[in-house]
Every structure is written in structure tokens, then in C-alpha cells.
Design a protein around this ligand. Structure first.
Ligand code: G1P
Length: 292
């Protein structure tokens, strides 16, 4: 399959209030899931989906992300001198994964505004948007699954999952006509509706494939939910111009931007590790037994 999606945007300007106080003086995206910062899982998903250029939309207090994906000259020298070649390879490999670009969102005006900052970077090509709060554990990377839908319909694709009706107020919600087992043609989108007003229970997860038409829509999008420029609202405007598809992805999604999802992700990824899995499983069994 020819890879037509080469660019991805990862907005990382958000505050991380749901993980305070841990995020008071460090980016939430740098908190570790086992031994890698959360954002690295998302970067790896992008790379494993064929992405070659990644733009981070950053903000104040997010310099640690830039440093992480840069060379760490002193550290590398130290590891080299001490003959710790395995670690040296890990550390250097991180800065050579892919081409990284950065732009700063000076005022946090919402996800739509963050994506608007990618206009010059995108330069009329289709592009992926990956929200760093959503880590998706799947056999085929989620973005890759979506690329197949994009190639079939040549239109924007949003990842969705079914949620309990009582939880619609936490997500952008889409409704549409089912055209394939896992795919819908979207006819409406609402950002975080109360359950009484939700058009369905199909919730947007932080993965999008968009094209440059979104920038015109964003330019005209007024502040919506929470007084912010919402990407959901801009995609809704886009429906007047082109079709948009929603795809129920295969995989497990963790919202690592809040405590429960963050802890669950740590447990799930630790259990999958060859060097940790058995021990952690044994430990969970032990402590849960003492709780009963
Ligand atoms: C954002 C989007 C929302 C989407 C969610 C997925 O909201 O605005 O439509 O459902 O990501 O994680 P946030 O959770 O960043 O407020």
C-alpha cells in the first residue's frame, strides 16, 4: 500500500489539570507509562503508521518535550565513556526516530486553535492529528487502520468508540449512517453534549486524518464549548463541503490525561513486558487477595 500520509500533528499545549499536582512543573506528556514518557507511545504509533514528519504544537512549560526528542550530548558522552552501549542506543535512538518540528501556541484557545497552528507545516497535504492523552494499544496502529479508510473514501476520518450514554459529556460525539461494519458516514458532530442532547454514543477518540480544508473551517469557527475553538465544531462545518467518516478502531484506548486511565495504562503495559509482566501479575494477585 502506498503511504500517502506523511505528516502528523501532536498538540501538547494543554495544562494537565486532571493530573495535578504531578503536572505542576512538568508536562503531563512526559509522565512515564512504565519507563517511557506517555508522548512516546503516540509518536511510535505515528511512526509505525508511516509518518515521517511530526509537528508538536507546544506551549509554555513544555520544553522538556523538545529536550527529550533532541540529542542529549553530555549524557551520551557519559554513557559512551562508561561503555553502556545498550542505554546509549536507546537514548540516541529517541532523537533519531523521525523529523520533529515545533510551533508554540501562545494562548491556550482550544484544540481547534492548536491544529490551526499546523497550517504552514501541512501545506495542502492530508495529515494525522494524534492527541497525546489517548494511548491506543492495538495490533495494527490506530492511525494505520484509519489510513485504510482514508484511502478508500479520500475524505477525513475520525476515530470513534462506543461509550455508555451517561459519558457523552466527556467527548465529542458523532452520528452518522453506517456504511461498513466499522465505518460511518458522519452527519453530525457535537462537542461534549449532555446525554439528553447527544446524537449517539459514538465518541471521538484523539485520532483524526484531515486535509487542508479544515483550516478554512477553523478560521471561521467561533469559540464553542468551554469558550474554546473546538476542532469538533470545525469538522462539523466541513460537512457542508465534503464527506467525513467515523471509524470504530480496533484496540484498547487509555485516557492517560486522568488518574484512572494513567494507572490502568501503567498496569496494562507493565503486564505485557517480558522483563516485568510475571512479577507484576504475581504482585497484583497478592495484594488483591489481601483486600478481599
Ligand atoms: C478532545 C476533543 C474531544 C474528544 C477527546 C478525545 O477533548 O475535543 O472531542 O472526544 O479529545 O480524547 P479533551 O478530552 O482534550 O477535552
Amino acid at each position: 500500500m502506498k503511504n500517502i500520509l506523511k505528516k502528523a500533528v501532536i498538540p501538547v499545549a494543554g495544562w494537565g489539570t486532571r493530573l495535578l499536582p504531578a503536572t505542576k512543573s512538568q508536562p503531563k506528556e512526559m509522565l512515564p507509562i512504565v519507563d517511557k514518557p506517555a508522548v512516546q507511545y503516540v509518536v511510535e504509533e505515528a511512526i509505525n503508521s508511516g509518518i515521517e514528519d511530526i509537528l508538536f504544537v507546544t506551549g509554555r512549560g513544555k520544553r522538556a518535550i523538545e529536550d527529550y526528542f533532541d540529542y542529549a550530548i553530555e549524557l551520551e558522552k557519559e554513557l559512551e565513556e562508561k561503555g553502556k552501549t545498550d542505554l546509549l542506543q536507546v537514548v540516541r535512538g529517541i532523537s533519531e526516530m523521525v523529523k520533529f518540528f515545533y510551533v508554540r501556541q501562545k494562548i491556550a484557545k482550544g484544540l481547534g486553535d492548536a491544529v490551526f497552528h499546523a497550517k504552514d507545516f501541512v501545506n495542502n497535504e492530508p495529515f494525522g492529528v494524534l492527541l497525546a492523552d489517548d494511548i491506543i494499544d492495538s495490533q495494527t496502529p490506530c492511525l494505520k487502520q484509519m489510513e485504510e479508510v482514508f484511502e478508500r473514501y479520500h475524505s477525513p476520518v475520525i476515530a470513534v468508540m462506543e461509550v455508555p450514554e451517561s459519558e457523552t459529556y466527556l467527548y465529542g460525539i458523532v452520528s452518522g449512517e453506517r456504511i461498513e461494519h466499522n465505518t460511518y458516514r458522519v452527519n453530525d458532530l457535537v462537542e461534549k453534549p449532555d446525554p439528553a442532547y447527544a446524537p449517539s454514543n459514538l465518541a471521538i477518540v484523539g485520532r483524526y486524518i484531515l486535509d487542508s480544508k479544515i483550516f478554512n473551517a477553523l478560521q471561521n469557527t467561533l469559540p464553542g464549548k468551554g469558550g474554546e475553538i473546538q476542532l469538533t465544531d470545525a469538522i462539523r462545518d466541513l460537512l457542508q463541503e465534503e464527506e467525513v467518516y467515523a471509524y470504530i478502531f480496533e484496540g484498547n484506548r487509555f485516557d492517560v490525561g486522568e488518574k484512572e486511565g494513567f494507572l490502568k495504562a501503567n498496569i496494562a503495559f507493565a503486564l505485557k513486558r517480558k522483563d516485568l509482566g510475571e512479577e507484576i501479575k504475581k504482585y497484583i494477585k497478592e495484594i488483591t487477595e489481601t483486600l478481599d
